[in-house]
Design a protein around this ligand. Structure first.
Ligand SMILES: [Fe+2]
Length: 281
């Protein structure tokens, strides 16, 4: 495998590996180590079909089905992330900074996204390293958040995306509301430690984190605003311009991501899987 780092705090392009065929245990362990180190892996030219994508997902953990979003017609464990050319001026799936499903008791460990059809320009994805954000957190903020919990809320799709009842994000991705297992608030540590690498990261995001537990409302709002301003600094990010066939794998424990919505008039199709994580510690 060749490893080509992408940005200062996260991301590496990995070549010299073919995930369309089964890989041996040593290669699988190397991929997990690389994900722990770089947090986002970009593997060009994979073009995995659904069985291969699922097999590649199991390298990192059990496949997880997720709340609110319907699986694809072909497979309930795979989401077709699709925006048709005529779906203009709508919200896109993942179109704000977030860590996937951070409001679950056991948020996902990560995801794989396989590009199938990409627009001629636009539709990039941003990721942000929250290990980097934690490492460079100002001391006074560190003192406030170390050992504290934050409140994460999924319903209805977090605090920003409160669509009218039954409104889908787009015609092409079926979202539903009223999932009792997902709707209630959860407490997670603001600073979490990766179970394998032992690295520490901030685990808050502007989509689902609604409060700092145990602080008065105004103080909680102030601390959250300062945290968000810091953890979304462009210094900690990378940006991926998709080519057909690209497979991206990301660690959902230690990063946030953002799907850029700037390609109205063009079709974009990706297949996505999610793998299990654990209760943040
Ligand atoms: Fe996402």
């Amino acid at each position: 495998m060749n490893i080509d780092p992408i940005a200062g705090y996260l991301g590496a392009e990995i070549t010299g590996i073919d995930l369309s065929a089964p890989i041996d245990g040593e290669t699988a362990a190397a991929l997990r180590r690389l994900l722990g180190q770089y947090l986002v892996l970009v593997l060009p030219g994979q073009s995995l079909d659904i069985p291969s994508l699922k097999r590649a997902t199991r390298v990192f953990g059990d496949i997880l089905t997720v709340p609110y979003v319907a699986g694809s017609d072909q497979d309930p464990e795979v989401i077709a992330v699709l925006k048709e050319a005529d779906e203009c001026d709508i919200e896109v799936f993942g179109g704000d900074w977030h860590s996937d499903f951070s409001f679950l008791d056991e948020p996902p460990g990560g995801s794989l996204l396989q590009s199938v059809e990409v627009p001629p320009y636009g539709g990039d994805t941003l990721w942000s390293s929250q290990t980097g954000a934690y490492d460079r957190l100002p001391k006074d903020l560190k003192a406030v958040v170390d050992g504290r919990l934050a409140v994460h809320l999924g319903a209805p799709y977090g605090k920003k995306h409160a669509p009218p009842k039954d409104m889908a994000v787009s015609r092409s991705i079926k979202m539903h509301r009223g999932d009792e297992s997902a709707d209630r608030p959860r407490l997670h540590p603001i600073v979490r430690t990766h179970p394998e690498s032992g690295r520490k990261a901030l685990f808050v995001n502007p989509t689902y984190t609604v409060a700092i537990y145990g602080l008065p409302d105004d103080e909680s709002r102030d601390v959250l605003a300062r945290l968000m301003k810091h953890c979304l600094r462009p210094d900690f990010t990378m940006r991926h311009r998709w080519r057909p066939g690209d497979l991206c794998i990301w660690d959902n424990r230690m990063t946030m991501h953002y799907a850029i919505n700037d390609y109205d008039g063009h079709r974009r199709l990706m297949y996505r899987t999610t793998f299990a994580g654990e209760r943040p510690r």
